[in-house]
Design a protein around this ligand. Structure first.
Ligand code: PPE
Length: 304
């Protein structure tokens, strides 16, 4: 990761190397902290954050779900992210990582009363699953792990603790020679990737599961809007593992992953084993939106 000049933490812009925490930081021990991942792209009119409001809202909703009281408003948090990008003077595309966590001062599981800390880091970040992945598609393994159960965790919250599940699934997939994991829910239906939502195409219909067992992905919502613009029929319904194998196309969506085609799942070639036609189209549409080339979606961009 490329260092940037500043990280904002608890009201101050600190030099990158000075944004530190104590070893008894509550979140480090017990996993209750919430975060976001937001991208900013270098458009013709300069750097612009994509869907800043939606990401910041989701951050505050995540905090609400896990009972963390945030000492900043939505507007204040948005302003901090904009200011941070200005101060860092980035030349390339940027990833923004706000995190709200419980700091040092209280141990034990009862977290109420632990100090709430808020930080925003940002750095220049290229493709998540590789340039080649975006173009040619990646190889995916269905995980031996079920996605975190909604009976005992909060899938709508982007909470630190959820990512043990994602990490172990990702590790397993990479160790087995694949590039990404696809997790099923406890009933065996497709849930999501380790850090992405999932789509298939069958007979011209775009299909993605409801968000019962996945994060409410902002990229997924954008892709659905773009598909509707093209008159592509969209279905939100459950997908089984065997249906994935016989899909015409498949892809992942995520802020980091953008739109990453999937060319193989568990040794089954998807479609013709290349980036599918609809995937190619939606990917191009998505990049048009984030790079400010589609005026219909300028309202999603916050220029720095
Ligand atoms: N599911 C999960 C579990 C998830 O973490 C993400 C984002 C998504 C779906 C897609 O959501 P959205 O970004 O709103 O479309 N994953 C972030 C984490 C990446 C990381 O490795 O860190 C991201 O894409 O920023």
């Amino acid at each position: 990761m490329e260092k940037a000049k500043f990280i904002w933490m608890d009201g101050k812009f600190l030099p990158w190397d000075e944004a530190k925490v104590h070893i008894l930081t509550h979140t480090l021990h017990y996993g209750n902290g919430v975060f976001e991942g937001t991208r900013a792209y270098q458009t013709e009119k300069g750097l612009a954050i994509f869907r800043l409001r939606d990401h910041t809202k989701r951050l505050l909703n995540s905090a609400k779900i896990v009972k963390i009281d945030v000492p900043y408003s939505l507007e204040e948090l948005e302003k901090v992210q904009i200011e941070l990008l200005r101060k860092n003077g980035f030349k390339n595309n940027v990833y923004i990582r706000p995190i709200i966590f419980l700091g040092y001062g209280k141990m034990g599981l009862y977290h109420i009363g632990a100090p709430v800390q808020v930080a925003v880091a940002s750095w220049e970040w290229g493709t998540y699953l590789g340039e080649e992945g975006l173009e040619k598609g990646i190889r995916v393994k269905i995980s031996s792990f079920s996605r975190n159960s909604v009976k005992s965790t909060f899938g709508k919250a982007k909470v630190v603790a959820n990512y043990l599940n994602s990490q172990m699934a990702k590790y397993e997939a990479i160790e087995a020679g694949y590039e990404e994991a696809l997790l099923l829910d406890e009933e065996g239906f497709v849930a999501e990737g380790s850090g992405e939502c999932f789509f298939i195409v069958r007979d011209g219909v775009l299909i993605t599961p409801p968000n019962d067992n996945s994060l409410e992905s902002i990229t997924q919502a954008t892709v659905i809007e773009l598909a509707k613009d093209r008159g592509i029929p969209v279905e939100r319904r459950r997908i089984t593992r065997d249906e994935v194998y016989i899909a015409d196309e498949a892809f992942f969506t995520g802020t980091a992953a953008e739109i990453t085609p999937i060319r193989e799942v568990d040794g089954r070639v998807i479609g013709n084993g290349k980036r599918g036609e609809m995937t190619t189209q939606l990917q191009a549409d998505y990049f048009d939106v984030v790079y400010g080339r589609n005026p219909k979606y300028h309202h999603y961009l916050t220029f720095i």
